[in-house]
Design a protein around this ligand. Sequence first.
Ligand SMILES: Cc1cc2nc3c(=O)[nH]c(=O)nc-3n(C[C@H](O)[C@H](O)[C@H](O)COP(=O)(O)OP(=O)(O)OC[C@H]3O[C@@H](n4cnc5c(N)ncnc54)[C@H](O)[C@@H]3O)c2cc1C
Length: 528
Amino acid sequence: MSAFCDYPWKGRPELFLFAKPGNTNVASQKESISVGIIGGGLAGLAAATALAGKGFRVELFESRSRLGGRAGAFWEPAVGQWIDFGQHVLMGCCRQMLHFCEQTGLDAFLCRYRELCFVEPGGRFYRLKPHPLLPAPLHLGPSFFRLGFLSWRDRLRVVGGLVRLMHESRPLEQMSFGQWLFAQGQTPLAIQRFWTPVLLSTLAEVPERVAFPVAQKVFVEGLLGSRDAYQLLRPSLPWGQLLEESVGQWLADRGVVIHRKRPVRQILAEGQAVRALVLRDGGEKRFDFYIVAVPWRQAAGLVCPVIREAIPQLAQAADWPAGAITTWHVWLDRSITPQAQTAVVGKGIQWVFAGWGETQGGPNTIRSTSPEGSIRSSLSGKSRVRDWPARSAPEKIKGMANHFKLQESSIQSPQEVDQKIHYYQVIVSASHALAPSAIPQTIQDLLAELQEVFPAAQKAQVLAFRQVKMSEAVFSPQPAVESCRPGQKTPLKNLALAGDWTATGWPATMESAVRSGYQAAQVILDQI
Ligand SMILES: Cc1cc2nc3c(=O)[nH]c(=O)nc-3n(C[C@H](O)[C@H](O)[C@H](O)COP(=O)(O)OP(=O)(O)OC[C@H]3O[C@@H](n4cnc5c(N)ncnc54)[C@H](O)[C@@H]3O)c2cc1C
């Protein structure tokens, strides 16, 4: 038992990865126990971190060449950097994702924003920040009442709505949040300028399609649950790079074998147990336990008919609707805002993130100022140097100068490149549900929207841009979907499910993915 207690959970009650009480022989047992994890997104990675270094023989199979899944990154040759598919932010309420970051050393890269910044057309800024003395849920009240993009009447309506939401205890699983807002007499402007933007950002869905309990969780737990719940966090490097390099290395250091570019073709079962994984080359791999951590639309196609029959939710999940997120990655010739993150009110674009989050500059992390742009990180006492980007300074200057049509001789160092080129991520969440006329379709539309809210953008030149539309970014949390999310424990004794779409009580987020991974690991530990 003591071998299981070394996991540094810091006493958090919701984290519970321990063997069953009374089972004294686990340490010797688990050394011979093998676990196969299918999927190297956050769910699979969280499951692997929970089992790593504890004597299990863990192997993880990922079909792509890099870890991270939807929170992954792509290589942008123009700038010689890994770029996330879309900016991922954490909220202060995402306790288990934060734990995952602490555990793997990623917390050293996280930047926390204690003020949320809003801008409306014309360039007027507003800030949502906590009152220093008031406890949750009152802490945001004074600054909320200064949000001038809502009329006084609407501000009062919203506050009344939030109070009723906190006290709503009727079982409203089948009701959409849009219906609830209508029944509460929320005004069209309050819906358009407050309720909808929050849901678009957090769920990539419009209120009419969101199950009431999911929206209730977002507002009550996510916004008001504790003094820090509403805060945003984002890393100083792309998540995709951190998950592939730092977490991949963390797992490898603890003996986890990671197979990249090795898709599992099928999962075979016999009787009440999984028998083997079939790989693309036709070879079979056998383990004592299996964790399936693939996206919701792929799980059913991966398993044999015996498993599909035993877990009918898998086939249902294949038909769940998806929410799309479109991210414009834009490189401009000047800074258009001093704000690192801004929510845009009343436009098609919803969030603008500038550059990368600044690191907290803790003793573990040094962002080197050397021309190579190395990142030196010290995780778990082991020092490593990573190159980012993996190009020499002259190559970077040449590449960027060529791409951005800058005079190469006018740039002396990569730092100067950074001064001349300003990177923004502009987010349009729920792009599947919004009218095409309401969201930017071309880079010219996008620039016009930026110019409406950031006056400095009027003189800005677009040096480069890339639009990334993820049409299956998240599952849409509609009433019919929420009630049939499968649990991590399955009727097959050696199979657990993970993924942001399994029953975690959370919408499709990094938090849900990590929770599901931890819970899937717990399913295995419970059987030892
Ligand atoms: C653009 C965008 C923006 C987002 N923004 C946020 C945000 O701000 N905050 C937030 O909390 N969440 C955000 N999300 C949601 C978040 O990314 C997901 O909820 C989370 O990453 C899901 O993790 P997962 O492990 O459950 O699934 P995935 O990340 O999809 O991982 C599944 C993995 O399984 C692999 N796989 C599939 N089939 C096989 C196979 N046959 N064999 C082997 N491997 C296989 C896939 O390649 C993938 O790597 C965003 C998502 C997108 C797309």
